[in-house]
Ligand binder design. Sequence first.
Ligand SMILES: Nc1ncnc2c1ncn2[C@@H]1O[C@H](COP(=O)(O)OP(=O)(O)OP(=O)(O)O)[C@@H](O)[C@H]1O
Length: 290
Amino acid sequence: MSAPSPSLAPAPHRTPPAPPVLALHDVRVGRPGGDDLVHGVSLALAPGATLGIVGESGSGKTLTCRAALGVLPPPLALTGGRVEIDGADTARLTPREWTALRGSTLGAVFQDPASYLNPSLTVGSQLTEVLRVKKGLGRRAARERATELLAQVHLREPARVRSQYPHELSGGMLQRVLIATALAAGPRVLIADEATTALDVTVQAEILDLLADLREETGLALLVVSHDLAVVAQVCAEVLVMRDGDVVEQGPTAQVLHHPRHPYTRLLVEEHEQYGLDKFLSDETTREDA
Ligand SMILES: Nc1ncnc2c1ncn2[C@@H]1O[C@H](COP(=O)(O)OP(=O)(O)OP(=O)(O)O)[C@@H](O)[C@H]1O
C-alpha cells in the first residue's frame, strides 16, 4: 500500500478551544437515598466564557451553583456526576485541598449583599481582612489593594468608600463591594446567583455592565443565574434553561431566544417579548446567532 501523498495545502490555522476552568458533568443533587432535586446538569466554562442559567423559583439553579462551589447544604449532596476544575475531579480532593482550590478559582456573589457584610465594620476593613487571609498581604498592601479593587468595580472615590459602613451605601454600591470581595482572591470564574434581583432596573443594568467589563478586562468567566431571561440574555453567550431540576434546553443565547425548542422556554420568551428581548442581546450574545 502506498503512503498517502502529502497535501500541498497549508494546514488550516486553528486556535484550539481553551480547556474549561469549571466543568459539570451530569451533576445530580439530592438527599442520599432520596429523590434527586437536580437531575443531571452538564456545563463547561472556559476562560472568558459566559453562561447563564435561567428558570423559575425552585428549578434547581442555586443547588447547581452550590454543587459547583462544593457547598451543598447538608444533608443534600452530589448523588451523581462530577465537578471538575481544570480537568481535575473535585471529589478526589481532600476538604482542605478543595477549599484552597475553590478560593483561587471560583468566586461567588448572591442576592442581598448587605447580609454578607458585618454592619459594625467598615467596608474597607472587611475587604482588607479577606486580602490578608486569602492573599497573605500585609496591612498596608491589603489597604492599597482594597482601594484598587473598589476602583475596579467602578466605585467612585474608592478610598472614601473604604472607610464607610455598609448602611451608608446603596444596594448597588454594596453589590459592587461584594463583587470586589469576590475578586480579592483572583478567581477565574465568577458565579453570580440572582446577584441583581433585589436591585432596581437601572442599577441592575449597571451591575450587569460591570460584570461584562470585568470579563473583558480580566478574562473572568461568568456563570450568571437568574429567574429573568433578560438578565441572562444581556450578559451571556450561552444559556441553560432549567425546570423542576431538569435542563430542558441549552445552547447559544440568540438561538435559544429566537428558536426556542422546548415549550417552557417558549413561555419564558413570550413573557418577555412585549418588552423586546432583542434589546438585551449584547454584541457578544448576538454574534452566536451567526
Ligand atoms: N437545603 C435544602 N434542603 C432540601 N431541599 C432544598 C434545599 N435547598 C433547596 N431545596 C429544594 O431544591 C429545589 C431546587 O432549589 P434551588 O434553590 O436550587 O432552586 P432555584 O432555582 O435556585 O430557586 P430560587 O430562585 O427560588 O432560589 C427546590 O425544590 C427546593 O425546595
